[in-house]
Design a protein around this ligand. Sequence first.
Ligand code: FES
Length: 334
Amino acid sequence: MKRTVTKMIESICLPQALDFWFKQLNINYQTHTPTVKVVSKTIINDVVKLVLKPSKAFGEFVAGQHVRLKLEINGIGEERCYSIANLPNRAGLVELFIKVQGQVSQSIKETVKKGLVLDISKPFGQNHQQSFDTFIAGGIGITAMWPLFKASNNKDAKLLYLTRINNGSQSAALLKEIKASKFYKNGQVVIENGRSFLSDSANIGEFLEGAKKAISCGSEGFNEVINTQVYLVKPDISLSFESFKSTNAAPVKHEIKTDIQVKLINSDKTIVVDNKTSLLDSLLNAGIKAKHGCKQGICHECTCRVSAASLLNDVNKTIQLCTTFPSTDLELEL
Ligand code: FES
């Protein structure tokens, strides 16, 4: 009897159990389970801005990191990864900009209210803010590039923000600072219609003058255009990408291949994969513990070096496993 009572008391006092009760009472006392309280919610057309106050267990974040927000929709737990759109601040607040484009974001728009407590992951993702001199953002990709740009130690860093005019005014309204900021060396805020701007490679050539290391963040299609245009005018630049892409979408427009060999050099293994499953999923399905985070091409946790492949036009030998669908045999430094 004594043992049973002791076990009961112990289980009630487990940090996780205490966190459960603190979640209902006051998240500031939670020590193990990261949660956030919704401080405010703003909706402008198809973008929801959430300002969140995290519990202690959330810890600290740096510019350019991401979180997974957890929700229950019709009794099913769902998670989505979002970039933290602000810099660390004394109030400890976290801002997320969520484009409404699927069931989860629609549910956030409709059901998340001020005062609600949500489960969240700890912040994650590489801290690469200091290494770029040029930032390119397409549409809602601005939310990932903006904090990196602001935190950059490079005083000559430039940010090019390309978006459709309508979306641009929405995002700019949300990210009010953009209106007053000097992104460009001539001091102008650059909000252009992506297509017409990019059809003129002279413009992007002027923007890229002096650029050595750039990063582009946007939809997969946006990054493809940037990839082509940038290398056209500046073939020697080092260009990285963050793509917003659903790994569930069928990416293969060509014939399905099921006999692609992926050699893992460091672990001396070879697995056979197909071209309709992301490399990350193929590795995980084969029981290989590949490091990953968002599975959406955002966090860079799954970045891996390729030693021989014809991926991404062979321009960059570093790939993100979660958004790469192999078309040919390759070797990974894994
Ligand atoms: S980029 Fe986050 S897991 Fe691949």
